[in-house]
Design a protein around this ligand. Structure first.
Ligand SMILES: Cc1cc2nc3c(=O)[nH]c(=O)nc-3n(C[C@H](O)[C@H](O)[C@H](O)COP(=O)(O)OP(=O)(O)OC[C@H]3O[C@@H](n4cnc5c(N)ncnc54)[C@H](O)[C@@H]3O)c2cc1C
Length: 493
């Protein structure tokens, strides 16, 4: 990408990326591949944003994502950066995807291996085999439409004829409704209803408020699989950072952008917290899109409709738990009440559903000397400003352990050698996410789910957004797609 300078010599255009999360690094690599001179400014000490890691006394943890889907989206980014995903990381398919524990004592594993899962269905919910197939079919139709529209371009980009023709395949029956109602219409078993109702939480939303189109999420996981990474997901970030360096991208850690300088509708550069200034022809905002107006110094709309945050405990145990699967879900007794407390009462639920990820079950290199376990234990929490003092943390921890104990999980409190806790407040402070909302705005209703903050800023011509808070939404593959969509828009402009 070349512009002209005052001297008449061709000048390479410069881009500044605000935030070194997954979306920011992806946008930087894609811009660099198109000839831009790119600088990434990250306020924190490390790159990767919420996709980060923590190591203590030989226990290694991913602090954010524990499962990725749509691996070809990652592979495409590595290709753009001149490399190959498989040369950097080994993806481990998760079979089964998860073990589910229900409040009535029932438990079973959910597998993307169809014969295995059909065997389980026959045993635990024989009347729901047909419903499962229909639900999967609904998800597949939604996916076929989304992959050519929502996941490929910005909502208001001029569609191609092929995009419009694919809309005729949109499933009118069930496609428009409410997510929970659609799940209820497909499954009779309360266990399967709760299992499939969980998927909107992948984008920080409630099944009772999300649209049925989110049925695409369980389809994607089932059809294309869920993957862990041997050595931890952070290896993906490390590989991308190393490719960024070798491709000549400037990466500045501990460099918070405090202001986007504009000249009317044109951005000119950014100011850094330390007083520095970086001129730019193009600015990409990878931080939460809700904060862009603040950086521009323009009046901003109130921040509302936030997706969920999380209460996360990272525990390194001296004890090995051979019976534990890599991914386990311990459901609360009243799922509707749990989401009501999170979204309406805006408080941590009395009885939270608990997700336990034990990477050490599939990869013994995450524990020192091959002994013990690494546990990532997470419960959904409301995105709220303030709160989360010592007493709140103690109480949330008590409720999480109470749910685990009721579900038959062994008492591990005496076995903890290292521990670290992430609260919504810590997530908010570390990653500049209002309320600690992990996925930006929630996906409740059609407007929030599909008209997300656009990749191209409405007010400032050369300012773009990438990341989970913008189109097409949160979760690692969609974040990578946001960078692809934004850079394609830039190239066309
Ligand atoms: C606990 C947890 C579990 C998760 N589990 C999964 C999972 O299993 N699978 C999955 O796919 N996804 C999961 N996610 C979501 C996934 O991590 C995110 O969707 C994705 O990593 C977000 O990437 P992003 O590009 O939006 O950037 P972010 O990770 O939000 O990074 C943005 C970066 O911008 C920086 N920044 C912000 N403002 C400024 C500024 N003014 N100046 C400089 N820097 C700034 C921030 O410090 C941050 O590093 C999880 C997230 C969390 C927290």
């Amino acid at each position: 990408m070349e512009g002209s300078s005052v001297s008449g010599k061709p000048r390479v255009s410069t881009a500044v990326v605000i935030g070194g999360g997954l979306g920011g690094i992806a946008a930087a690599l894609r811009l660099r591949a198109r000839g831009w001179d790119v600088t990434v400014c990250e306020s924190g000490p490390t790159f990767g944003g919420k996709m980060n890691s923590w190591t203590e006394r030989g226990f290694r943890f991913d602090t954010g994502p524990s499962l990725i889907t749509m691996p070809w989206v990652f592979a495409d980014l590595f290709r753009v950066a001149g490399s190959r995903l498989q040369d950097h990381v080994e993806l481990i398919p998760l079979t089964p995807l998860s073990e589910y524990f229900f409040p009535d004592g029932t438990s079973f594993t959910y597998s993307a291996d169809l014969p295995q899962w059909l065997g389980t269905l026959k045993r635990v919910a024989p009347a729901d085999t047909d419903g499962f197939m229909r639900f999967l079919h609904l998800g597949s139709r939604l996916y076929e439409v989304s992959k050519q529209t929502f996941l490929r371009r910005a909502p208001f980009d001029k569609p191609e004829l092929a995009d419009l023709s694919v809309l005729k395949d949109f499933p009118l029956r069930h496609g428009w409704g409410n997510y929970h109602d659609t799940v209820t219409a497909h499954f009779r078993s309360s266990h399967l209803r709760q299992l499939f109702d969980r998927y909107p939480t992948y984008v920080g939303s409630s099944p009772y408020l999300a649209p049925a189109t989110l049925a695409v999420i369980p389809y994607i996981e089932y059809a294309f699989g869920g993957y862990a990474v041997r050595g931890g997901l952070y290896l993906i970030v490390e590989a991308l950072v190393s490719l960024a360096c070798s491709n000549g991208i400037t990466l500045l850690a501990d460099s918070e952008v405090t202001h986007i300088e504009t000249n009317g509708a044109q951005a000119r550069g950014v100011q850094l917290a330390g007083g520095g200034h970086l001129p730019a022809d193009l600015i990409i905002m990878n931080g939460d899109a809700a904060l862009t107006d603040k950086l521009l110094g323009t009046p901003s709309a109130p921040i509302e409709g936030r997706s969920m945050s999380g209460f996360v405990m990272l525990l390194g145990l001296k004890r090995t738990l051979p019976q534990l699967r890599q991914h386990s879900i311990y459901f609360s007794a009243d799922y509707a009440a749990e989401f009501d407390q999170i979204f309406n009462a805006q408080r941590f639920p009395d009885d939270p559903t608990v997700y336990v990820n034990a990477p050490s079950r599939g990869d013994r290199s995450s524990v020192p000397g091959g002994e013990g376990e690494t546990l990532f234990i997470m419960a959904n929490a409301p995105a709220t400003e303030g709160g989360w003092g010592v007493a709140d943390i103690r109480e949330a921890r008590r409720r999480v352990f109470a749910r685990l104990a009721k579900s038959g999980f062994p008492n591990i409190e005496q076995d903890v050698l290292v521990s670290d806790i992430w609260t919504p407040r810590r997530i908010a402070d570390r990653y500049h996410m209002p309320g600690g909302a992990i996925y930006g705005t929630d996906s409740h209703g059609w407007k929030n789910a599909f008209i997300r903050p656009p990749n191209r800023n409405h007010k400032v011509r050369n300012l773009y957004h990438v990341g989970g808070s913008t189109h097409p939404g949160g979760g690692t593959p969609t974040v990578l797609l946001s960078a692809q969509i934004a850079v394609e828009q830039i190239s066309r402009s």
